[in-house]
Every structure is written in structure tokens, then in C-alpha cells.
Design a protein around this ligand. Structure first.
Ligand code: ADP
Ligand code: TRP
Length: 331
């Protein structure tokens, strides 16, 4: 039997190049080797997105984004988290094995508390229980499907470690391995995709290149990348420039070597470097964008694919919940 790969993406805004290289592509690569279950973490998004006019299109965008990037729903079980109520049943069961101290240590929660303290606010201000219990819901997402590996960006590794802790607590209590203990898989060379300002590309920093943005906007964004004040003649260090770091994600090895040599030789200005970057980015994204637009527009087609995926997911999920309930004495 093949091992299982599972991951989810939160629909909290437009997909960007960081999501593509850090999450979507590595996950799709794993589908060659693993049985995959990939989903849209819409209840996770509800913690922060309270406007339905924002959430609904974002869910469809993430769904269409996965499909446009090459996910084959015949081979991958592809669903919305909210369509699998067993996730929430398992979350409640796992909570009984999740120490509050563990959740206190979660980076996202700690950062929110620290921000409040820094502003001399009440430490709980603006923090909902969804944020606090986020790692328990995520553990349920993972454990429910007997996942072996979870492809994620570096920032998510702590959550996978928490899922391991929680699964191990359950197994230790019942003295049998009723839950699979998952492993994180991080793609090392693209672990952090830089944004337009050189920080990690992230919606929260407003520095993203959206994956499906129209060509003219793509060009505008690339031209906006922050550079230093070196003039055209000066030799430049390719590895020190986020233009080149982004270029490496899209260009062949030969193209990378050739452009790196031009950086080092001097005589190439940032404007030209950006033009080169735009060329390779658009080369890869143009066909993706076209597929995305067609899939996004076909609302009923998309709903059918997600409904079929949810049905498959629920039959697997029901078996895990049943196994746990039986072991727990809740039959
Ligand atoms: P954002 O930081 O924009 O809110 P998310 O937290 O929704 O992005 O990330 C969704 C997935 O994409 C996660 O697996 C995350 O690790 C990955 N990811 C996000 N930004 C990047 C980035 N700049 N580089 C690599 N992976 C990323
Ligand atoms: N927390 C993940 C993120 O912010 C999304 C997510 C939710 C997830 N459930 C998951 C990722 C289960 C992997 C497995 O990116």
C-alpha cells in the first residue's frame, strides 16, 4: 500500500508565488509517490475572514488554483474541510488529549499575545478560541486521514510537531497505535520565497506576487521590487538580490548561470534584471493563468469535483473516527 500525503491551504486571500513554490508544487510532486489527500482549510480561514464576500471567492480561488496547477481529482482526494464533519468530531476527541500548555506555546498564538502586551493591551484582546485551538483542528485534519507525510512551509513545522504530540498522547493512553504519527516534509531550497520588499512573501506583509494576476499587473509588480542603489555599471551579487532569488525559481540551470555571470560582470541595471525576471515568470504562469480562469468561471464544475472528493474523504474519515470511538469506549 502506498503511503499517504496530506496538506491543506487556508483560503484567506489570493494565492501567491510563495504558496505555489512552498506548498502547491511540492505537494503535487509527492502525488507521484504517495496517495494524496489535499484540501481547502475553510474553517481555519474563518478565524480571520469574517466577510462572506471575501471568504466565498477565496475558497473557489484556492480550489481552482490547485486544479490549474495540475492536481488531478481522479488521483488525489480533493475536498473542502467544511464538507467533512468528521474533522470536527475528531477535533473534540483530540482536545481531550491536548494540554493547554501545548497550545500556549504555539507561535501564532504567542505572537498575538506578545503584540497585545507590547501595545499594553489586555493579553487576550482580539484573540478568539479558533486561533488558540488552531493546532488541534489542524492535528485532526492530518490524523483523520492516517497521513504519513505533510508537505508544508517551514512556518508550519511546529503545527505538525504538535499533531505528533497529540497522536502520541492518544496512543500512549490506549497503549496501542490507533493513530498514525505524521511527519512534516519541507522543500529545503524553496523553503522561503522572498516578497517584493525582500521579506518573506506573505499576504500579511502586502508584498506578494499573486499567482494568477493578469500579465500587465504581473509586470507592474515585478518592476516594483525593491533594489539597492547600485548603478548599471557596478558588478552585482546575484545571491544578495531578491530579483535573482525569484529568478532561480523559474529559470533553468543554464539560464541561472548565464544571468548570474551578467550580474557579476557589471553593465546590467536592475531594470533589465527585472525584465528578465518578468520573462521567465510569465512563461511559467501564463498557461496556469489561462487554466485557472476557465476553471474558476465554471462554478458548477468546480462544485461537482469538490463534492465527489468530499464523499471519498468522508468514507475514510468515518473509519478513523469509529476506530477511535471504539477504543475510547464510546461506541
Ligand atoms: P501567507 O503567509 O501569505 O498568509 P499562508 O500562511 O496562507 O501564506 O501559507 C500557505 C502555505 O504556503 C503554507 O504551507 C506556507 O508555508 C506556504 N508559504 C506561504 N508563504 C510562503 C513563502 N514566502 N515561501 C514559501 N512557502 C510559503
Ligand atoms: N495551517 C496551514 C497554513 O496556515 C493550513 C492547514 C490547515 C494545513 N490544516 C492543515 C496544512 C493540515 C497541512 C495540514 O498554511
Amino acid at each position: 500500500m502506498k503511503k499517504i500525503s496530506l496538506t491543506g491551504i487556508k483560503p484567506t486571500g489570493s494565492l501567491h508565488i510563495g504558496n505555489y513554490f512552498g506548498a502547491i508544487k511540492p505537494a503535487l510532486d509527492l502525488t507521484k509517490e504517495y496517495d494524496a489527500r489535499y484540501f481547502i482549510a475553510d474553517y481555519h480561514a474563518l478565524n480571520t475572514v469574517k466577510d462572506p464576500a471575501e471568504l466565498e471567492p477565496s475558497i473557489r480561488e484556492v480550489a481552482a488554483g490547485w486544479l490549474a496547477s495540475g492536481l488531478d481529482p481522479e488521483r488525489v482526494i480533493f475536498y473542502r474541510q467544511s464538507s467533512v464533519p468528521e474533522v470536527f468530531e475528531l477535533t473534540v476527541m483530540l482536545m481531550a488529549f491536548t494540554s493547554k500548555g501545548l497550545l500556549n506555546r504555539a507561535h501564532a498564538y504567542k505572537a498575538a499575545v506578545q503584540e497585545n502586551l507590547d501595545k499594553k493591551n489586555d493579553p487576550d484582546a482580539g484573540i478568539n478560541m479558533g486561533l488558540f485551538t488552531y493546532p488541534a483542528l489542524m492535528a485532526a485534519d492530518i490524523i483523520l486521514f492516517d497521513s504519513d507525510v505533510v508537505p508544508v512551509g517551514k512556518d508550519q513545522v511546529q503545527h505538525i510537531e504538535m499533531a505528533q504530540d497529540i497522536a502520541q498522547s492518544v496512543n500512549a493512553n490506549y497503549k496501542k497505535n490507533i493513530l498514525k504519527v505524521p511527519q512534516a516534509v519541507v522543500t529545503e531550497n524553496v523553503a522561503i520565497v522572498p516578497g517584493l520588499d525582500g521579506r518573506k512573501m506573505s499576504k500579511s506583509y502586502n508584498n506578494t506576487i499573486p499567482l494568477f494576476t493578469p500579465e500587465n499587473h504581473l509586470r507592474k509588480l515585478i518592476m516594483r521590487i525593491v533594489t539597492n542603489s547600485q548603478c548599471v555599471d557596478e558588478p552585482k551579487d546575484p545571491e544578495g538580490s531578491q530579483i535573482f532569488l525569484l529568478y532561480k525559481l523559474f529559470a533553468s540551470k543554464g539560464e541561472q548561470d548565464a544571468l548570474a555571470a551578467r550580474y557579476r560582470a557589471g553593465g546590467m541595471g536592475w531594470g533589465e534584471a527585472k525584465e528578465e525576471l518578468f520573462r521567465v515568470v510569465n512563461r511559467e504562469l501564463a498557461p496556469l493563468r489561462e487554466r485557472f480562469n476557465a476553471i474558476y468561471a465554471d462554478r458548477s464544475g468546480l462544485d461537482r469535483i469538490l463534492a465527489a472528493g468530499a464523499e471519498k474523504a468522508r468514507s475514510i474519515a468515518a473509519a478513523t473516527v469509529k476506530r477511535f470511538r471504539k477504543t475510547a469506549g464510546i461506541d
